[in-house]
Design a protein around this ligand. Structure first.
Ligand SMILES: C[S@@+](CC[C@H](N)C(=O)[O-])C[C@H]1O[C@@H](n2cnc3c(N)ncnc32)[C@H](O)[C@@H]1O
Length: 214
C-alpha cells in the first residue's frame, strides 16, 4: 500500500468511530481548539450558491454543515448536489441529514475522483484539507474536475499558537482524525502551486475560510 492509501485507511477507521459522535464532538473542538464562529462559517458556505448551481461537496462528513448551509430541497438555486466522502459511516449519516433530493452520494477519495474534467463550477470543501493525506494532489484533482472560472469555498483549521491546543491536535494526528497541521504559509504555498487564485480569505479564531477560483 502507498503512504496515501495507508493514511486513507487510518482515516476511514477513525471516522467510522467519530461518525457516531459527530457533530457534537466536532463542534466542541471547533469552538474550544479553533475558536471559530459557526454562524459565519455556515453563512460563508451558504453564499457559495447565489445563482442556479450544480454543487460538488467534497468531504461532506455527516452532512450536517452542508444541510445547514445549502438547505437542499428548499434552496431554489441548488439544482443538484453531489456529496463525496471516503468514510462510508459518515456518508450513511449524510444520507439521513440530506434526505431531500436531488442529492447523490459518492464514496471516494478526493485524490482520485470519479468525475470528468471541468464537470463542476461550484465546489465546497469544508474541513477536508486537515484530513487529506496529500493536499497538493487533492487540489490538483479539484482543479481538474472544475470548469474554467469555477470556484471553491472551504475551510482549513490552522495551527493555534497555544501549546496545549497544539498538543491536542498532535494527538488527533497520531490517532488518524487529521493528517497534518496547517499554517497560513503552508496553505498559501499549496494554493500557489495548484494554479487556483485566492479570491476570499478570512480568518476567524484559527479557522481559515477561503474561496479559490480557477
Ligand atoms: C472534519 S470532517 C468535515 C465534515 C464536514 N464537511 C464538516 O465541515 O463538518 C472531514 C471529512 O473528510 C473526509 N475525508 C478524509 N479524507 C478524505 C479523502 N481522502 N477523500 C474524501 N474525503 C475524505 C472524512 O471522512 C471526514 O468525513
Amino acid at each position: 500500500m502507498s503512504t496515501n492509501e495507508v493514511l486513507n485507511q487510518k482515516t476511514k477507521e477513525r471516522y467510522s468511530l467519530y461518525a457516531q459522535f459527530y457533530p457534537i464532538l466536532a463542534l466542541l473542538a471547533y469552538y474550544i481548539i479553533w475558536r471559530g464562529n459557526i454562524i459565519k462559517h455556515i453563512q460563508f458556505f451558504r453564499n457559495l450558491v447565489t445563482e442556479k448551481s450544480k454543487v460538488l461537496d467534497i468531504a461532506t462528513g455527516d452532512g450536517s454543515l452542508t444541510e445547514a448551509a445549502l438547505k437542499p430541497g428548499k434552496n431554489q438555486n441548488l439544482e443538484s448536489l453531489v456529496c463525496l466522502d471516503i468514510s462510508s459511516d459518515m456518508l450513511d449519516k449524510a444520507r439521513k441529514n440530506l434526505s431531500s433530493p436531488p442529492t447523490e452520494f459518492v464514496l471516494g477519495d478526493v485524490g482520485k475522483m470519479p468525475f470528468k474534467d471541468g464537470q463542476y463550477s461550484v465546489v465546497a470543501c469544508f474541513g477536508g484539507l486537515n484530513s487529506f493525506p496529500d493536499v497538493p494532489l487533492a487540489l490538483s484533482e479539484i482543479y481538474r474536475v472544475m470548469a474554467p472560472y469555477g470556484k471553491i469555498r472551504g475551510s482549513a483549521l490552522l495551527l493555534p499558537a497555544s501549546p496545549w491546543r497544539q498538543k491536542k491536535i498532535q494527538q488527533w494526528i497520531e490517532e488518524g482524525y487529521q493528517t497534518q497541521t496547517i499554517t497560513k504559509e503552508k496553505f498559501k504555498k499549496w494554493v500557489q502551486d495548484s494554479g487556483f487564485k485566492v479570491s476570499v480569505e478570512t480568518q476567524i479564531g484559527d479557522v481559515l475560510l477561503f474561496e479559490l477560483v480557477k
